[in-house]
Design a protein around this ligand. Sequence first.
Ligand code: 26V
Length: 813
Amino acid sequence: MRTDATNVKMPSVEEIKKSVISKLRYSLCLEVDSATNADIFNALALTIRDYQLDGFFSTRKLQEKAKSKRLYYLSMEFLLGQSLRNNLMNIGLLQQAEHAVAELGFDFEHITAEEPDAALGNGGLGRLAACFIDSMATLDIAASGHGIKYEYGLFKQSIQHNQQVEQPDDWHSTHSPWLIEHHSQLMLIPLGGHIEESYDIEGNYNPMWMDWKVIVGIPHDYLVTGYGGKTVNTLRLYSAGASDSFDVHIFNRGDYLRAVGQKIASENISKILYPADEIQSGKELRLTQEYFLVACTLRDIFHDYAQHSSDITALPEAVAIQLNDTHPALAIVEMMRILVDEHRLDWSAAWEITQKTCAFTNHTLMPEALETWSVALFEKLLPRHLQIIYEINHRLLGEVAEKWPDKPHLLASLSLFEEGAEKKIRMANLAIVGSHKINGVAKLHSELITQTLVPDFYFITPEKFTNQTNGVTPRRWIQQANPGLAMFLTRHLGNGWVTDLDRLQQLKKLANEKGVVEEVQALKLKNKQALCRQIAFQQGVQLDPLAMFDCQVKRIHEYKRQLLNILHVIHLYLEIIESGHTPTPKVHLFAGKAAPGYAMAKLIIQLINEVAKTINGDPRVKGQLSVLFLEDYKVSLAEHIIPATDLSEQISTAGTEASGTSNMKFAMNGALTIGTLDGANIEIRDAVGKENFYLFGANADEITTHRQVGSHNRIDHNRDPIVSAVLEALISGRFNANTAVFQPIYHMLTNADHYCHLLDFDSYRLAQHQAQTDFLQQRQWHQRALLNIANMGSFSSDRTIRGYAKEIWGIGF
Ligand code: 26V
């Protein structure tokens, strides 16, 4: 047993082995001889969790002693992926565990592969939350994440007959070795019922929320160990159940089946993650989920606070709440309800506390993703909260009318209510008025929030608006995903880069050393070979690791323009057929899920697969061009694709992608980017140098102008022979004998190309051609890859979290 810098006892290989055997025997009722890989995974995870728990208790003591301000990060999504390797690396036990597993007669790679991804998120927003909790623990911030323990995560995707098919993702949440259930801390959450108007003995309005049902929230803690193992925070995930008392009335009436049915209805609340990002559906169950998260978390916050203070007015000095998009914005209302109805504070005192405590991050400019909820639905589920929202609105509009009597138009845009056939609550407006800071996630995005999304809020409270450009954790996205690169960095820079990514800058001076560039080149080739082996094993397709790997992996959405990419691939195909050659052989990889109800996105997946089938089966382009759609994109697959990429596709229509985070992961793993001036691409390009970035396309202003004149509806592509050949191929039956199948895409492109695919096509084609030509100069290419790595230090989520802590949470270091 050795002791690390934080005085947490570190086990030897022998001790880990012993513990694994003991966990097998006493927790899982198994002996090593009969254990499977999955059993060893569980026993090892339980072993590691014990060490995390030691760190957890010492962290709690330290944080209590220091009276640290606490940050609560509320998010409907935490896209964690796998945890075993990440936890082992952060604690510093990876090598010991590898040896212990080997000595028990098992293969460590097979053991880690047993762990199902925890896919409790859709995409960027959820993965950002996962990077953030890693950084908060690494920076020793007293913080906890709060989310929902969905029984089913994001659906699993398979491709059948070239189309996406969804299957439920049963990630065995009930048996996850990482989750610690706290049944004794269950909480009761009221829902439904009605308001009875009444007055207290002093004559104050004192409405009573009556006849509600009760849902039970059960907390489960997932331990988050920061790098180095010093701080162990928690991610608290709540599952829903029904309380016994709530069933009693119905039981008494002998209606057993209905009672059990009600129980099932309550349990449904944490059953499944909603799979549509960027399209808001307005479903009752989703609103209930959002309220459930908020109500459980606020009970925890007030309970924690009561442990060390009874002065509720000092809450903002001890607590900060960060709202990850509007999904948990009801926290503002629930907080007001608790302060006013339970703590009996007067409205303005309660409002000041709430605003000082809460802050809100916006993650999207897409109008379809902005949350609104029908007032009628609120009335039914949350009648008291609706009253509170009316009061917030009444006071807001009153103040605005008084301060800007000459600007009556402000009232309609600032109102928390959208009038219309169905009256709705605007969650972004609620989140903005209830927060002291509102941030976007990249410079351009934060600017567009103030200029186009909510300019009138910016007008009345400009001091509230700020930017915190996203980042990603180098622990998962370099150290874990790319161990070869990690070793290279440690060899040249020492191991400080893991927590101080700015040290990557020191690589710059090595960029002219031939040997170093060759190392970078060799690392990339090794990662490409590994990916090729995995693809050969899983999909039976052989790819050439010497070809240029061009990858676009992310949710499938029109604004992200996978369609532009595949149209260009069609062009390359036609060109090779015609000319018989291409500057450099290419492999085009795509991966990503489409929301189950998003027909156009699903059709784009089908097109990619049908184009891939045609191209891969055509002997005329063999060895020159391959296209593959990799099934079931998830965090663990990204960890294999990203380090093996030469060219990263970040090609969203300018002004649509709030930030992007895969753009950062690719560049820090030595891919060059082909991209538009959108989201964080702009900052990445500034950092890595414009000569190391393939820029193309219209900028956000040009897109706006183009749309205003309506010209996206009327491009005369017949004048461009390249575009017309591609469009003709699309509907020619070349990729699908049924020429009607891709007509909707053709129709969209030629009639209402809202995302401006054709506007940017030529510029994209030229940038692609330049990249292909440059790739022939391997030494220069990998030198530029090295410069990308060297300049990506500021895209660590540690930098982002320091920014939030200082500028938003009031948490110092
Ligand atoms: C909306 C909805 C609507 C209701 C159903 C479930 C659901 C789930 C997610 C969303 C909004 C997703 C917004 C999002 O993921 N935005 C992404 O956030 C990333 C992190 O800031 C950023 O890098 C991406 O550019 C942005 O698209």
